[in-house]
Design a protein around this ligand. Structure first.
Ligand SMILES: [Zn+2]
Length: 322
């Protein structure tokens, strides 16, 4: 018998009963909590942390306590995982007949991308309100320089409280599902500057992939804001190096242009070499990152990109600078 997720939690973790209520307390795994601010309601199988505002289901709590992705935890407690061993006797013919009469278990295909939920206190930047105003100002301000259209098309949001308070939420969709997000601090004082949700594996996804997949040509940037500036056919790896999963996602494109930040010329070259069977070009930015340039300048840079395996690309690396 598989225990229910709630039973499993009570058996395996040291909860403190909260008087005569159906609630149990424990140190919250989402924040630096030492005073048991997380209340778990065993009747409803939901929890709520009164310190950081995180809340969710028993499955979500297990994934946080054990440091496992939610889809793995879901699978563990799924009734479908029961082993199915058909007992077959007699000749091959009777065996076949027996087998055909048995109801074979239908194994559900593994979801390619695990869907996540927005963090507590999330709301989209639009429609503008008193609460979302400061986030809007940050996004259209000199540092980011986004347009209303950029904000709308990329479905940018924000958190007004909780763990992601004062952070712009940049959603990441794959196959039209929300699979992760980045929380970017707007105050300039919080660490880390970018906060990812627990268990989010950014190496399996590309920011803006769904939209870019409609084009033949793609541009690869490091960060989401760089990709947004380049345009709807740009994706972001969310890091300087590209993963095997991300490489596979890029295979269908007819032309790939790599435009990493100016401090990542070597990584750009390395990426070009890993995309070896594809039509790859590189833009070596002289300074800064894509979002320091205008969209017009970026278009020109893409059109003038050097072929990924040309001597020009190699000498750029050897000389260190353009
Ligand atoms: Zn907490």
């Amino acid at each position: 018998m598989i225990p229910s997720p709630t039973e499993y939690l009570l058996e395996n973790y040291e909860f403190v009963k909260n008087g005569g209520t159906p609630e149990y307390k424990i140190n919250c795994p989402f924040c630096q909590d030492t005073k048991q601010h997380l209340y778990f309601n065993t009747r409803k199988s939901v929890f709520n942390c009164f310190k950081c505002g995180e809340k969710g289901t028993d499955l979500y709590l297990i994934s946080a306590l054990e440091g496992k992705p939610l889809y793995e935890v879901k699978k563990k407690f799924s009734k479908d995982t029961k082993k199915f061993v058909p007992v077959v006797t007699g000749t091959l013919q009777t065996a076949m007949a027996q087998l055909s009469m048995l109801e074979m278990p239908r194994s559900r295909p593994e979801p390619t991308f695990a869907e996540v939920e927005y963090p507590p206190f999330y709301r989209p930047v639009f429609p503008l309100s008193k609460e979302t105003g400061p986030f809007y100002q940050y996004l259209i301000g000199p540092k980011r320089g986004l347009t209303d259209q950029d904000i709308e098309e990329n479905q940018l949001g924000c958190c007004t409280d909780g763990t992601y308070k004062n952070r712009v939420i940049i959603p990441i969709f794959m196959e039209e599902k929300l699979v992760g997000y980045q929380g970017r601090d707007i105050t300039g004082t919080a660490t880390p500057k970018i906060l990812n949700p627990f268990g989010f594996n950014k190496s399996k996804v590309l920011f803006n992939y769904d939209r870019a997949a409609k084009f033949d040509e793609v541009v690869i940037a490091e960060g989401a804001f760089g990709a947004i500036r380049i345009g709807p056919n740009a994706v972001a790896t969310l890091g300087k190096l590209i993963s095997d999963e991300q490489l596979r996602l890029l295979e269908p494109f007819k032309r790939i242009t790599i435009m990493l930040d100016s401090d990542a010329h070597e990584e750009a070259d390395k990426t070009a070499r890993r995309l070896k069977n594809l039509n790859v070009f590189i833009v070596f930015l002289k300074t800064g990152q894509p979002d320091d340039y205008t969209r017009k300048e970026l278009e020109k840079l893409v059109s003038e990109a050097v072929y990924g395996r040309s001597l020009a690309a190699l000498s750029t690396i050897l000389e260190g600078k353009l």
